[in-house]
Design a binder for this molecule. Structure first.
Ligand code: HEC
Length: 159
């Protein structure tokens, strides 16, 4: 019984295979599509020979994408955004000796050093008595300007 079933399956497979082969042979479009699919990725150009068949047609020019200009944060919010992204982790709660946002007492002596110094320390990093302030809060990808904005924001909120 099993032998009969096996033979039937073999017969069916051959029949289906032949049918499919016939279909692909009959249709040049299918043939072309297959040839394209199995074509080697790389082609070899030989110096001195006619290599015109290898020339790839010019790609249609990419349509000019309108440059999406990121909207500049509104005045006063730039520093806040940076603060919330890169500084709040330490300065929000005063972690590891960081002067806490809004704590006027701890900020007063720092503010007395002058904004230029605070900007510089925020950008380049600062190792004081209280702890270690990493350069740009560890976000070295930030521009100097947004770090300075964040300092301004912190200072303004801590007077
Ligand atoms: C990993 C924790 C940490 C992060 C994140 C961090 N700070 Fe600080 N920051 C500190 C510590 C600690 C100090 C205090 C250093 C000291 O005085 O010893 C400090 C001090 C400062 C000071 C005062 C420097 C001075 O001269 O007194 C400024 C300004 C400052 N940070 C700005 C920033 C800004 C802006 C960011 C975000 C871009 C930021 N910090 C992110 C830990 C951090």
């Amino acid at each position: 019984m099993l032998v009969v079933v096996a033979l039937l399956l073999i017969g069916l497979a051959r029949f289906v295979g032949k049918k499919q082969y016939a279909v692909t042979q009959a249709d040049p479009a299918v043939e072309a599509a297959i040839a394209e699919r199995i074509a080697p990725v790389a082609k070899l150009a030989i110096a001195g020979e006619d290599n015109s068949a290898l020339v790839t047609p010019d790609q249609p020019a990419e349509p000019e994408q309108p440059v999406q200009q990121a909207a500049a944060p509104a005045e006063g919010t730039a520093g806040k955004e940076t603060y919330n992204m890169a500084c709040v982790a330490c300065h929000g709660a005063g972690i590891a000796g960081a002067p806490k946002y809004g704590d006027a007492a701890v900020w007063a002596p720092r503010i007395a050093k002058g904004m230029d110094t605070l900007h510089k320390h925020a950008i380049e990093g600062f190792h004081g008595d209280a702890g270690f302030m990493p350069a740009k809060g560890g976000r070295v990808d930030l521009s100097d300007q947004v770090v300075m904005d964040a300092v301004d924001y912190m200072v303004a909120g801590s007077k």
